[in-house]
Design a protein around this ligand. Sequence first.
Ligand code: NAI
Length: 506
Amino acid sequence: MNTIYTQVGIVGAGAMGRGIAQIAAQAGSTVLLFDTQAAAATAAQTAIFSQWDKLMDKGRLDAAQVADYKKRLLCASQLNDLAVCDLIVEAIVERLDVKAGLFAELENIVSAKTVLASNTSSLSITAIAAKLKRPQQMAGYHFFNPVPVMKVVEVIAGLKTDPAICKALSEYARQMGHTPVAAQDTPGFIVNHAGRGFGTEALRIVGEGVADFATIDRILKDQAGFKLGPFELMDLTALDVSHPVMESIYHQYYEEPRYRPSVITAQRLAGGMVGRKVGEGFYRYEGNVAQVPAEPPVPQVDEIPPVWVSPRAARRAELLQLLKNLGAKIETGQSPSPLALTLVAPLGFDISTVAVVERLDPARTVGIDMLVDDAATKRRVLATNPATRSDMRDAAHALFARDGKAVSVIRDSGGFVTQRVVATIVNIASDICQQQICSPQDLETAVTLGLGYPMGPLAMGNLYGPTNVLEVLFNMQTVYGDTRYRPSPWLRRRGAIGLSLLHVEA
Ligand code: NAI
């Protein structure tokens, strides 16, 4: 196979370097692996060889292929050996001074045409290249862990990078079986920037005492279709990796409130409860299996009171149909009778505010999240306000669980769990588009492949309705008085005129 780069050098043979070395060799390049710790390069070589042997045992590779790959994966004993390379990918310690020093040294070893690439996840490519003689030869090439499985790579242009180099790196990514996405050199690039919405908003919800970790994970999996809940994901990634990323992006954006990290992860990191790999994170692990607290049972309720639905409820017709299907007695008066369970379904507003504005009795008022089409979700989410009576809460819980669908009851919050997390994800994605960090299509690809979300963030916004997402954000901004919920102008414009978030401007 003819690859764009025939000789590829990898500096740093840790978790990332070995993954990149593996796919580069598989693409047909000859790979030279260098590490300051000589044992690290040979250990990486051994690990990759055994990967290939396993794939051969499974029948996914044949013996000739494996022999060919092995012949082309070599260890270099000194940096000078990389002089022959036409591409060098760096995957060493995440420190600007060390990376900049390495590239300056490499520049004196390699030819003027050699492409230099950094796998940095959080440093600026422009800053790493700033002191180079040929900054136009240097680009970001950001892979994800584990490299052979995570089939996306961000190709990042620094301020002086030659666009032809990014084009060639993108082509080479395809030769390695990966999908390239083009990103501007900005904090977190695409994936680590777009990923801020999920975990940080979930942490904020926990921090407010609205719901516990396990409930939030259940809601986001069952109601919004995420494969892993945010706390399961943080346990998997481990807080020693993810908390510094949250801090770094927040500070690099000059304390932009949208990216504000949480004291919850800071404290857990300090306490060593970093996740699955140490057996304890948000969940405890026994034999690598998360110990998930049992879900609260559906309360036993002898008689369910009649139900009155606010005329301002989101998806009101659907909600009334659902209540009918569940066998509820529905009141049709202008206001609720003195016995009625009063249902509201706000977007972004808290239940207390709605009860006051609509002049309802807060003691009998319960909220339901109707952002998501009931038919499309495996869980219904109800919210109380501080005055809600327990009999009303339990009646609502029992009623909505009548057909066997799971129900979670959370405390009052501006926006329910799914509304908050979805709106935050869509808003941050919209801001990425506003800043022209990447194309909307590359954003969708990067997030779907890099974060494993059920769909891209813009498609998510379209699914729930840009106007609804905008309404959630406007109202949350009012409830919290916090600029982190300020809608991005990009979303605001599209929401205002009811346009698809994937619409490409002429
Ligand atoms: P690692 O700690 O597993 O491996 C780093 C390797 O680089 C070690 O073997 C070390 O001996 C070697 N090294 C350190 N300084 C060196 C130098 N000056 N010259 C040559 N070798 C040197 O680290 P990992 O996780 O592979 O990360 C490497 C880079 O990739 C970092 O910049 C990191 O931010 C980035 N990255 C990491 C991801 C991850 O999930 N681990 C994901 C995406 C990017």
